[in-house]
Each structure stands twice: as structure tokens, then as C-alpha cells.
Design a protein around this ligand. Structure first.
Ligand code: GP9
Ligand code: MN
Length: 626
């Protein structure tokens, strides 16, 4: 019998093709990368190639066994990076960044979420690696080793680099300024590929470390100018109205504004909040401005009126910076500042960051009794959390600035039957279905907490501020969300789904609904003005929500923004009334502003510029400048 002739393909080529095709298949099946035309599709197909060729190509300089080992190990590592992105994407609808990787302590705390995020068939993501192993051990002749000549090596690397540049050039025609505007990771990955993106991210990381080292106070002048033109005089009727009162802040986990006054199964999702907003100031056009740092980003916005970073969590990456946060400012007014959250103190690096903000006390896991009965999903159930927190509140020196961070309404939105005050929604999407009872549960917990505050005589002497920390339902669930809302979730709708509730209750005030467009960045000046602290001259990007001529603008961390009449997202300007795309020139006046805001805020963080601000505490400013 004649022996069949197999093609003689070298190991490097086989490994490259396998990894390349696998990456493309994963792009198409595990990420939602929107493709608008054939050119984009071609870029997507092409983009993993140069990196894989270059990396595996190093094997050309190695002898047989060493080469095999190198190809196997690098294939495995590259596959693992891709898989890590897939798992991360399932949860955050986003790609990994280096700062996030260093948040391993968070990742290990994810516990219940991780098992929810892994599927039994995930081993398929390593198919190409398995094929390589089998090939080498069973049919090594199919991938023979051939020492590469100098010429071959040169041609190989030139070709790989040429493909890389071709890719970049194509991407640049499709997406000008791609590398200079890095708000949108999806855009980056789509154009330069996951692997090159990680290299680029590494470059950014190095750059930001250098930025601090080289920063000096001179950059602050422009920024000071910018914020001082933005400053709005407080409304005389509201300024100092809560002076000396306690401040009770409640961060409502994953709570989006669409749940307010919305019905599911003919029942209200938030019956308590629907009533409470009637006796409070309720802001129904208020946006979260968080990015990868989720809850911690919202805390950062709240206490500093600075934007969080577009990549990583600023709580991790810049906890050593000098800040001029609300707790520190309120010290002069005799306030005691505390944060209460029944989780590990190191989650989101809170223990360190809180010190920098001037918190006096962090009531964390050891301050709560947590057991199997009173916990679910991420930990202590909200009703128990509030109940146990009342004791801490009682003991706190007055007046206090106390922030309560709820937890039950957290992905994957688990809840025992006994705690379900409303039935899950009925759709094909478990996440959206289960979100409804956990929001409803949180609403019940809030009702009980407010009752307890009244019993403890803490209600009348406190202003109570409730806000949603960030979205709960990502764009991965547009279909079920569309069903629930009765409209298609287009990018225009999606941007507006980033609204979170903001409710400010001031004793003795009737309150009202305020529909100006605003965001979490505005919380700090609003709170300080209510307490009688004028923020004039301080470096912050928000404006007092009660100021008479506050501009209608919310800049989201991905560069999208919302104004009175327009929504700008993913490069398109929409008419708010109709949802139709509008002439770009209508959004243009705000584009520069949005860009400036984010860039100035980033500059402050990367350069640790508040260490040069004369309003800052001189001692710590000195510590930091060494
Ligand atoms: C963790 C809690 C939830 O302590 O704040 O974090 P999140 O995942 O929403 O950022
Ligand atoms: Mn959160």
C-alpha cells in the first residue's frame, strides 16, 4: 500500500494558524464586537496575526526540543490570556487591563460569581493547545523541526512586522486617533486585537508611572482656570441648610434608574423608593460615571468630584495620591466620617484609600455578624446589614458623615425564596429575571432602615442621600432589557440606561423632581454646599445640583455624554426627543468640554497633582513629594 503523503508543515506555522483561527472564533462567539462593514471584519480577522507570528517566531532561534517547549508554553499562555478576557467579559462586559489584573484579591473574593461565570465546556478554549500536544506526542513527523536560515528568519520577521503595520494603518483609516483616545476598549481590541492591546496597555501603565515622577505643579494652573470658570454660586436658599446635620449616604448596589416607578408582574419593583421620592429631591436625569472600578469608582466620584480612570480602578492604582476628599474637609466642621460595608476591608483596596480620604472609621466584615442564615451571594443581606449598622450609628460621634454600601443587589443577583417580595421577571435571560427580586429586596431593606432611623431619633437630624453606584445590567442583556422596557436597546437607549437614582431627603423639605442632566461628579459640591462649606477655589469637576444655572451635562467615563437635548455615544450625536441621529455639529460644542474634563481629571490623578495644591494638607503633601 502506498503511504499517504502528509504536508510537511513546521510546528511554528501550525501553532500560529491554530491560535490565529481560535482567536478569531473566540472574537465572534465570546465577545460582542460590533462590525459595521467588511473592512472592519477583515481588520478583526487580521489583528491577532502579527502578534502571534512575532511571539511564536522567536522559536526560530531555538533548537528542536527547546523550540517545542517554547511553542507549547507560549501557546498555552496566550490561550490563557484570551480565556481570562472571556471570563472577565462575561462579568464586566469589558476587556482586562493590567491594573485590574493586580486586583487578584478582589478576584478571589468573587467566589459565587466565578462559579457562575465558568461553563463546563470552557475547556474548548484550549482546543488548539490540546491539538499541539497530541501532534507532538503522537505524530511529530507532521510538524518536523527545520533549522531556519538567517535569510528565512529575516523574511519571517519582516513579514510579521509588515502585517502589524498594515493592520495599524488599516485601523487608523477606519478609526482615526485610535491610540490617542483610549476611552473605548472595545474599539481598541476590534482594531489592534486583544494581544496587541495588552502590549499597548503595558505601555500605558509604564507611562503613567513615569507621569507622576515628572509632574510638577505648573500643570495645575490650566486646570484651576478650567474648574473656576465652571464653578456656580450656590443657591442662597439651599446653602448651609443642613449645617451641623448628620449625613447618611446610601450607595445602592447596581441600581439603575429604570426600576423607579416601573412595574413587573403588575407589581412595583421599588414601592418604598417610589414613595420616598415624593418627600425628597429626586433627580431623574442623574448618571453614574464609573468604569472598571465599579462601586469604588462611584465612591471616588462622590468624595472627590474627580473622574475615575478609564482603565483599572483608581482605588488600586492611585491610593497613595494626595486627595482633598469630603471626609477630610468636614473634619474642620467637627464631623466624624465613617464608611459601613460588610465585606473584607481590602476589597477595592478600600482600607488604604479611605485613609487618604480622611475617613475616621471603616466598619467592615469584622464589625458584623455574618453567617449562613443571614447571607446570600456576596455576603450579609441588606436587611441584616442595616439592622446591625444601627448599633454602629448609635455609637458614632455626632455629627457624622456615614456611607452605607449595600450588597445584595449584586450580580449574579442571588436570593432565597423567602426573601423574594416580587417574582422574578419572565424572559430567557436569568440575569435580568433575577435582578428584579434583588432590587425589590433592597427596597424593602431601605424601608426598614428608614423606619429604624426614625425609632432611633436619627431621622430628623440627618440628610439622607441615596444613589445608584453603577449599572447592574450590562449590554450583554439588551434583548431581555428590551422586552422589559418595551423598546429596543440601541446605543442611544443604552447610554441613557446609565441613569441611576439620586434621592436627597432633607428634613422639613417637601422636595420635588429635578430633571436637569447631572452625574455623580456633582455630589461633592452639592453636599458641601448643603452643609455650608463653599467649594469655590477647590479643584473639582462637578457643580452644585441646586445651583440656579447649572449646565445640563453628564460626561460618562467612556467619553459619551448627555446634554439637555442630545446624547453623544459611540461617535454618533442623537436627538434626545426622537432618538434619531443628528448633525454632529449639534454635539460639537460639548465634545471639547467632555474631552477636557476627562483629560484634566486624568492629569490630576496620573501626576498626583493635588500634592501641589496649596489647599491640601501640607504634611502629607510633603510625604508624597519625596
Ligand atoms: C464589594 C462591593 C461590590 O465590596 O462594593 O463591588 P462591585 O463589584 O459592585 O464594584
Ligand atoms: Mn457595586
Amino acid at each position: 500500500m502506498r503511504k499517504k503523503k502528509w504536508p510537511n508543515l513546521s510546528l511554528i506555522i501550525i501553532a500560529t494558524v491554530l491560535l490565529w483561527l481560535k482567536t478569531y472564533i473566540v472574537y465572534k462567539t465570546s465577545f460582542e464586537i460590533k462590525i459595521e462593514n467588511w473592512k472592519q471584519e477583515f481588520i478583526l480577522l487580521l489583528n491577532p496575526l502579527s502578534f502571534i507570528l512575532l511571539t511564536l517566531g522567536l522559536g526560530l532561534f531555538m533548537k528542536k526540543n527547546k523550540q517545542r517547549r517554547y511553542i507549547l508554553i507560549s501557546s498555552f499562555i496566550i490561550s490563557a490570556v484570551l480565556f481570562a478576557n472571556v471570563v472577565f467579559y462575561r462579568f464586566f462586559n469589558d476587556f482586562l487591563t493590567i491594573p485590574v489584573l493586580f486586583q487578584a484579591s478582589n478576584m478571589s473574593d468573587l467566589g459565587s460569581s466565578v462559579s457562575e461565570l465558568l461553563n463546563w465546556n470552557d475547556f474548548l478554549y484550549f482546543t488548539d493547545f490540546a491539538v499541539l500536544v497530541l501532534l507532538i506526542s503522537l505524530k511529530p513527523r507532521l510538524a518536523p523541526y527545520r533549522p531556519a536560515s538567517k535569510i528565512y528568519q529575516r523574511v519571517y520577521f519582516l513579514a510579521a512586522i509588515a502585517i502589524g503595520f498594515f493592520n495599524l494603518a488599516l485601523a487608523e483609516t477606519e478609526r482615526p486617533q485610535l491610540l490617542t483616545r483610549t476611552f473605548d476598549r472595545e474599539m481598541l481590541v476590534k482594531n489592534i486585537g486583544t494581544y496587541n492591546y495588552h502590549i499597548y496597555d503595558l505601555f500605558l501603565q509604564t507611562k503613567s508611572s513615569a507621569q507622576r515622577a515628572f509632574a510638577d505643579g505648573s500643570e495645575l494652573a490650566d486646570i484651576k482656570n478650567y474648574v473656576s470658570t465652571k464653578y456656580k454660586k450656590p443657591d442662597e436658599k439651599m446653602f448651609g441648610i443642613a449645617e451641623g446635620k448628620n449625613v447618611i449616604l446610601i450607595s445602592m448596589e447596581s441600581t439603575q434608574n429604570f426600576v423607579i416607578n416601573e412595574m413587573v408582574n403588575e407589581q412595583e419593583i421599588t414601592p418604598f423608593l417610589n414613595d420616598f421620592i415624593k418627600e425628597s429631591y429626586y433627580f431623574d436625569n442623574f448618571y453614574h460615571q464609573t468604569a472598571q472600578g465599579k462601586t469604588s469608582d462611584s465612591e471616588f466620584l462622590l468624595d472627590n468630584s474627580l473622574y475615575p480612570l478609564s482603565r483599572g480602578a483608581v482605588f488600586f492604582t492611585h491610593s497613595g495620591n494626595e486627595y482633598h476628599a469630603t471626609p477630610e474637609i468636614l473634619k474642620d466642621k467637627g464631623y466624624f466620617a465613617a464608611s459601613l460595608h460588610a465585606n473584607n476591608k481590602s476589597f477595592w483596596n478600600r482600607d488604604l484609600m479611605y485613609k487618604g480620604f480622611g475617613y475616621d472609621r471603616f466598619y467592615s466584615l469584622p464589625d458584623y455578624q455574618v453567617n449562613n442564615e443571614n447571607s446570600v451571594g456576596w455576603g450579609l443581606k441588606d436587611i441584616h446589614f442595616f439592622e446591625q449598622s444601627v448599633k454602629h450609628l448609635r455609637e458614632m460621634p455626632k455629627p457624622f458623615y456615614a456611607k452605607f454600601i449595600t450588597l445584595t443587589n449584586h450580580f449574579p443577583f442571588e436570593l432565597g425564596e423567602d426573601d423574594q417580595f416580587i417574582e422574578p421577571y419572565h424572559s430567557a435571560d436569568k440575569t435580568v429575571n433575577n435582578y428584579i427580586p434583588t432590587v425589590r429586596y433592597q427596597d424593602e431593606a431601605l424601608k426598614i432602615f428608614i423606619e429604624r432611623l426614625k425609632e432611633e431619633d436619627l431621622y430628623e437630624g440627618s440628610i439622607i442621600i441615596l444613589y445608584g453606584d453603577h449599572y447592574g445590567i450590562s449590554e450583554n442583556h439588551n434583548e431581555a432589557m428590551g422586552e422589559l422596557l418595551g423598546k429596543d436597546v440601541t446605543p442611544f437607549v443604552s447610554a441613557q440606561l446609565q441613569k441611576v437614582p439620586l434621592i436627597i431627603h432633607i428634613p422639613g423639605h417637601k422636595g420635588k423632581t429635578i430633571s436637569n442632566v447631572s452625574g455623580q461628579i456633582d455630589l461633592k459640591p452639592t453636599i458641601l454646599h448643603l452643609l455650608g462649606v463653599d467649594t469655590k477655589g477647590s479643584i473639582e469637576f462637578g457643580t452644585d445640583l441646586f445651583a440656579k444655572n447649572k449646565m445640563d451635562l453628564a460626561v460618562l467615563r467612556d467619553g459619551s455624554f448627555i446634554t439637555k437635548n442630545h446624547v453623544y455615544t459611540k461617535g454618533i450625536c442623537y436627538e434626545k426627543d426622537t432618538g434619531q441621529s443628528a448633525d454632529k455639529s449639534l454635539c460639537e460644542p460639548y465634545m471639547e468640554k467632555a474631552k477636557n474634563e476627562l483629560e484634566y481629571s486624568d492629569k490630576i490623578i496620573y501626576g498626583d497633582l493635588l500634592r501641589f495644591y496649596e489647599g491640601a494638607d501640607p504634611k502629607s503633601a510633603m510625604d508624597n513629594s519625596q
